[in-house]
Every structure is written in structure tokens, then in C-alpha cells.
Design a protein around this ligand. Structure first.
Ligand SMILES: [Zn+2]
Length: 602
């Protein structure tokens, strides 16, 4: 579907600046392999020259600021979101970064698999530097330096589990305090380079990391910074460069890290870049997409289901025996305040001034990222815009945003196997219904439950209720910690807790809403010998059908806050007596956890 849209857009002589022109020319430039190959390394010259020019501290600060629109992870990344404690004020957040591998653990673990992966990474860095002109021995030395420096940053990085604690990453402070806590980095110069000289406060999400990074800007020599940043420019741009760079990039990040046997076809990769969410022209593609595939009745039907689920969850909250009356009241207030976005934004984001042409693929990626970065920074000082979306319309996913207290369902997920306007309630509630319930539950998971109805980080729980909640979620941590998807590699129950709460809550709430919907009309006959309840659970399980290679699974186990698909299907159902009844699972069977071990939360 997306392929047909981009190809059609590329064929049409669309008016300059229109969605069709942006998407079509972007796609055409990405598909022009001959031009990309002929250009060699030259499209990356702008950033490589910038890095070569770093001679002193001020130059380093400016270079870091100039590379940040491109997510080259030059130490850290800035982004603009509401302040965690004041959702009506936009704030500049600083996120730790600087690593080429997906997590700090890859640098710090001592086991054989991790050691050999780190060694393979170092070789990949060396080969890439050599492709870009370094002599072999120099490239090896430089790669060792890169790994040493990244290991230092990894050691100072906050773990993913800690980053899930919203209080640990809510550290808004004035610039004088930042200058004190992360001494040595020219923060004023940095903000001036971003065009933000006037701002008074920022949120460094991981203060200890920034203290270490600031030290490194003083005690690491300029020539070492140049090596490190050169590598990150090459890493970020390689997928858009000539074949030798793109192949080398895939060889490590695809083949070695994820176990991929071959690369996706080029058209698919280019479409993914166009629809890459943040800092892409994905919303322009999304506009073309919804014109074609999104039936208006899908919006109505989904909103109807959301209200059934909202009512079902409200009932469950009222009936909970472990939650006191005042906490209950706040929970109900929060639930009632959820806003719902379906399909695509009411207001499309303005891309006037963004110029996309057919001559350079990397040039288009760069122009788009710079445009979107500048757009994001301009939000500082402007009122928070609650109409904005965090995903593009074709995305097959959904989200809960705690600052807006909203649940959002892009058009891409409102299609089979998740949703079908012509399907019956059992399959829709079992699939998209569970997704709706999952996103609602995020408002009440271990992290989301710490935000109030207005999207502010504020405690609305009594101490006693919070303690009961923690005991219940602790049982869920135990359940998932025990799963071992690969020999010796378990699910991290704390890392995945929020998603697991969402999954269990999702099935429970969707099931309750489904029962309400059933009660409102005549009971359906079995289909293919399966009762409505059985079909609900089958629809849920079908959503999770997937295959994954062991290498990719291992990366997920370390980095992904979601449990692997199989456990997202089976984990919640093994806790539900409704499922056991529907399929007559006997006590003691694998899908029937002993009642005393089942987490019961929402
Ligand atoms: Zn989720």
C-alpha cells in the first residue's frame, strides 16, 4: 500500500511543496542507487568537515550542537516536551546518548557473547573508518579509541530500568545549577549555538551522565573528540551513502547484531526512512495514506469501543478491594479525563519551507531532519500544542502519552488483524480492543500511575494504596523474570513491567467491555465450532503471530520494554480464569498459573 502511494507520488509532476512532491521526490532520490553510488562519501562532507574543524572547546560545543538534528548521538540529544511537573510548559530535555551499540550493557557485560559482539563492533568501526580514507593501522587504533570512549560513557549512563522511573529523569534545573552539576561544558555557548540563548531552565534527564560528559569535554583531547565524532557521522550517514558504506553498515547492524540474512529490498528501506516518525516527512506520507485507506466509519466505531472500555475500566476500579476511596476517586477522575485521538491529526503540521529534491538522498534526509529539529526547538516558549501526534498515521502501533493523558491510535493499526469494520465483536474486542485497554492501562502502570489527570508528575496515591500496588506489581515482575526465551537469557521483569501491566490490563478490560457489548445484543452463534469467548482469545493471540531470529531476540531482551510476542500472548492469559474457562484449561496445565501467583492489578 505505502509502496503504491510513494511510487505514484514519484511519477506525478506534483506542485512544489505539496505532500506528493515531498514524498515523491524523496522516494525517487532514495531509489536512485546509481547517483548515490557515484557520489561516494561526498554527500557527508558537510558534517565531516565540521568535525575536522574542531580545535578547541568552543568548537567542540558548536559541533555537538550542529550534529544533534541528525541523531548522530554526539554525547546526548536535546528534545522538547512538556515539563514533567508542569504539563502546560514546554521544556528542553537533554537525553544521555553517545553510544553506537543499543545499550550500556553491551560495553559492560563480561560474558562471552557480549565480549565478542563488542570486538565485532570495534572491527566494524575500523572498517568504516578505513572506507572513509584512514590507513588500516590508523583505523584500528581509532576504533579502539572509540570503544574506550563509549565504554566510559556507558559506565556513566543510567540503566533502562532506572530511566523508567519518572522521578529519576525529572530534574528540571536552572542554568546556574546545570553549570555546577555538569561543570566544564560550555552550556551557555551550547544553547546559543542552538539558538536558545534566552532559556532559563532545562531538564538533564540523567544528571550523573552529564557530569561525566562535561568532564570528558575537558580531559579528552580535541583530536580524540574528532575521531569519535567522525565515527558517529559515518555511522549515522552510512545507510544513505554509496554501496560500500551501506553494505558495511548492514553487515554489522543487520547481519551481526540482529542475525538478518539479507537486507530488505531498497524500496522498503526508503519507505521506512520516509515514514520514520520523528524528523521525517512521514506525516506528509500519512496524509496521502489516509486519503486512500482510512474509512470514516472506522473512526466512529473505534471511539464507540473506547467508550465501552472506559466504562468497563471505571467499573473495575470501583470494585477493586485493594484501593482506598480517595485514590479510587482520583483514578476515576484520571480515566474520565483521557483524551482519545484516532486515525490522523486534526491539524496537519506545516512544512512550508522544507525543500526536497531528487538529486541527493542524504541531502533530503539532512534537510528534513534539520527542518523538524528547528520546528521542535521553536516550541520552547510557545504554548503546549495538545493536538500534536507522536506517531505518523501509517504506523501500526498506538501509544499513551502521560503528559497529555491521552491514548492515540494511528490509522495504520485500524486494519486487520487488529481491526475490521466488518468483523464481529469477538474478533475486534480481542484484537484492537485489547490494544485500547493496553494503552488505557499505561495511564495506571508503574510509571503512568505517577502522573495525574492533567499530565503532571504528582502523587495522588495514599501510602497504603501505593504499597498494595507495589506488592501486586511485584508478583508480575516475578512472573516475567522467570521466563527464559533463550537459554540463559531471561525477560527482565522490571524493564518490561509497564508493558506487562498494560498487556494484562488490556485483555481484562477488553474482555469486560466485550461482555458488556454481548449483553447489549443477541448472543452470537458459534463460528467454526468456536464460542464468542474462544474467538475473543484467539483474536488476541493472532495479533502476536511473528517470527524473530535469536540474535534479534537477544537485543530485544536487553533493550525492549515490551516482552517478546509469545509471552505477550501467553503471559496475561495464563493469569485469567475467563481464559481457563473458555478453553477448559485444568489446574496445573502450563497456561493455568496457580491462583496465588497471579497478579491482579486493574
Ligand atoms: Zn505499551
Amino acid at each position: 500500500m505505502l509502496r503504491a502511494i510513494v511510487e505514484e507520488a514519484a511519477a506525478a509532476g506534483a506542485p512544489a511543496g505539496s505532500e506528493r512532491q515531498l514524498v515523491g521526490d524523496f522516494y525517487a532520490s532514495g531509489m536512485d542507487e546509481a547517483a548515490t553510488d557515484a557520489a561516494g562519501l561526498s554527500p557527508a562532507a558537510r558534517e565531516l568537515d565540521l568535525v575536522e574543524g574542531i580545535a578547541e572547546h568552543a568548537g567542540l560545543t558548536r559541533a555537538i550542537a550542529a550534529l544533534q538534528p541528525h541523531e548522530m548521538r554526539p554525547g546526548f540529544s536535546p528534545f522538547v516536551r512538556p515539563d514533567p511537573r508542569d504539563s502546560s510548559t514546554n521544556r528542553l530535555h537533554l537525553q544521555q546518548g553517545g553510544l553506537g551499540l543499543p545499550d550500556r550493557d553491551y560495553y559492560l557485560r563480561e560474558d562471552e557473547t557480549s565480549r565478542s559482539l563488542l570486538a565485532a563492533y570495534e572491527e566494524h568501526v575500523a572498517r568504516t573508518l578505513a572506507l572513509a580514507g584512514s590507513a588500516a593501522s590508523e583505523a584500528r587504533e581509532r576504533a579502539a579509541l572509540v570503544v574506550r570512549f563509549e565504554t566510559r560513557l556507558a559506565r556513566a549512563s543510567m540503566t533502562r530500568v532506572d530511566q523508567r522511573d519518572p522521578y529519576k529523569v525529572a530534574n528540571t534545573m536552572g542554568l546556574p545549577e546545570l553549570a555546577l552539576r555538569a561543570e566544564g561544558f560550555d552550556w551557555a555557548g551550547y544553547l546559543t549555538a542552538l539558538g536558545l540563548a534566552g532559556i532559563e531552565a532545562v531538564n538533564p534527564r540523567q544528571p550523573d551522565f552529564f557530569a561525566e560528559l562535561a568532564r570528558a569535554t575537558r580531559d579528552v583531547a580535541a583530536d580524540e573528540w574528532r575521531v569519535y565524532l567522525r565515527w558517529h557521522v559515518l555511522r549515522a550517514w552510512s545507510p544513505y551513502l554509496a554501496k560500500p558504506f551501506a553494505d558495511e553498515h548492514f553487515d554489522f547492524f543487520g547481519r551481526r547484531l540482529l542475525g538478518q540474512k539479507e537486507e530488505k529490498p531498497r524500496w522498503e528501506r526508503v519507505v521506512e526512512v520516509i515514514d520514520d516518525g520523528r524528523r521525517s516527512v512521514g506525516e506528509a506520507l500519512g496524509r496521502l495514506y489516509v486519503e486512500r485507506v482510512f474509512p470514516p466509519e472506522a473512526k466512529t466505531r473505534l471511539r464507540e469501543m473506547v467508550e465501552y472500555l472506559r466504562a468497563a475500566l471505571a467499573d473495575r476500579i470501583r470494585e477493586l478491594d485493594w484501593l482506598g476511596p480517595t485514590t479510587k476517586e482520583s483514578a476515576l477522575e484520571k480515566l474520565a479525563a483521557f483524551t482519545v485521538k484516532v486515525g490522523y491529526p486534526d491539524r496537519w503540521h506545516d512544512r512550508a519551507g522544507l525543500r526536497i529534491g531528487r538529486s541527493s538522498y542524504l541531502g533530503n534526509v539532512r534537510a528534513t531532519q534539520r527542518f523538524e529539529f528547528a520546528y521542535e526547538l521553536r516550541k520552547l516558549g510557545a504554548p503546549v500544542d495538545r493536538t500534536e501526534w507522536g506517531m505518523t498515521p501509517p504506523t501500526v502501533n498506538a501509544y499513551y502519552n502521560p503528559s497529555f493523558n491521552e491514548i492515540v491510535f494511528p490509522a495504520g493499526i485500524l486494519r486487520p488483524p487488529f481491526f475490521d469494520v466488518h468483523a464481529d465483536d469477538a474478533s475486534n474486542y480481542g484484537a484492537i480492543g485489547v490494544v485500547i485497554g493496553h494503552e488505557m492501562s499505561h495511564g495506571f502502570d508503574d510509571s503512568g500511575s505517577q502522573y495525574d489527570a492533567q499530565g503532571n508528575l504528582r502523587n495522588w496515591w495514599s501510602a497504603e494504596d501505593r504499597a498494595s500496588y507495589d506488592a501486586r506489581t511485584g508478583r508480575m515482575v516475578e512472573q516475567f523474570d522467570a521466563y527464559e526465551p533463550l537459554p540463559g537469557s531471561h525477560i527482565n521483569g522490571k524493564l518490561t513491567l509497564g508493558e506487562n501491566i498494560g498487556d494484562l490490563g488490556g485483555v481484562r478490560i477488553a474482555y469486560a467491555a466485550f461482555q458488556r457489548a454481548l449483553a447489549a445484543s443477541a448472543r452470537p452463534e458459534p463460528i467454526d465450532g468456536l464460542s464468542a469467548e474462544q474467538r475473543f482469545f484467539i483474536a488476541h493471540a493472532q495479533v502476536w503471530r511473528s517470527i524473530i531470529r535469536d540474535e534479534a531476540l537477544l537485543v530485544r531482551l536487553l533493550t525492549d520494554p515490551h516482552s517478546p510476542a509469545r509471552y505477550r500472548a501467553n503471559g496475561p492469559l495464563s493469569n485469567m480464569s475467563e481464559f481457563h474457562d473458555a478453553f477448559r484449561c485444568a489446574a496445573g496445565s502450563p497456561m493455568c498459573r496457580p491462583a496465588a501467583q497471579r497478579p491482579v492489578i486493574w
